[in-house]
Structures are given as C-alpha cells and as structure tokens.
Write a protein that binds this ligand. Structure first.
Ligand SMILES: [Zn+2]
Length: 61
C-alpha cells in the first residue's frame, strides 16, 4: 500500500531506494535519470527506484 496515496501522478514520482528500501517522493525527471537517496545518500536509477517502490506496494502472501 502506498504511503502517499494517489501522489504518484503528476510532477512527482514515488521511488524506493534499492539500497536501504526507503520510500520517497521525488520530482519526476528523465526516464534514465539518477537519484540520490534522501536517507542513505546512495544513487539509483529511476527504473530501479520504481521497481523497488512497486515491490513494496505488493503485499506478500
Ligand atoms: Zn537509501
């Protein structure tokens, strides 16, 4: 379940850090842009961040 409901549309995108799993709302950049985690400071691509966020949204059964 997204922690920021409905906020993934528009100018921001919800990304999950693949290093520390921190979910964060970031300004939507280019598809191949890179982001620096707001918690651990490591960098990741938008694709990696979106994949991690999607993983965290999926409840484990
Ligand atoms: Zn991180």
């Amino acid at each position: 379940m997204p922690i920021w409901g409905g906020a993934s549309r528009g100018a921001v995108v919800e990304l999950g850090c693949p290093h520390c799993k921190h979910l964060q709302l970031r300004a939507r950049g280019p598809q191949d842009g890179s982001y620096e985690c707001q918690r651990c400071g490591k960098s990741f691509s938008r694709g990696e961040g979106e994949a991690e966020a999607a993983l965290q949204r999926t409840p484990r059964s």
